[in-house]
Write a protein that binds this ligand. Structure first.
Ligand SMILES: [Cu+2]
Length: 67
């Protein structure tokens, strides 16, 4: 479980050798492809609980809570 305040930047660094995405199951957000050794920043404006997955590796899942 990952929790963040709305509007606060969430920095994601891909430390693996494969590209990944951070994609909300319901479509509320999508990082696009994050290449190996690159970093992205995302912000979230609507409080809630968001299950997410990697579009490239759908077995990679998590949950983000925006407070
Ligand atoms: Cu992936």
């Amino acid at each position: 479980m990952l929790s963040i305040r709305r509007g606060a930047p969430l920095t994601v660094t891909n430390t693996t050798a494969a590209p990944h995405t951070v994609t909300a199951d319901g479509g509320a957000f999508n990082s696009g492809t994050v290449s190996p050794n690159s970093t992205i920043t995302m912000t979230f404006s609507t409080p809630g609980t968001y299950p997410f997955h990697c579009q490239i590796h759908p077995y990679m899942t998590g949950t983000l809570t925006v407070i």
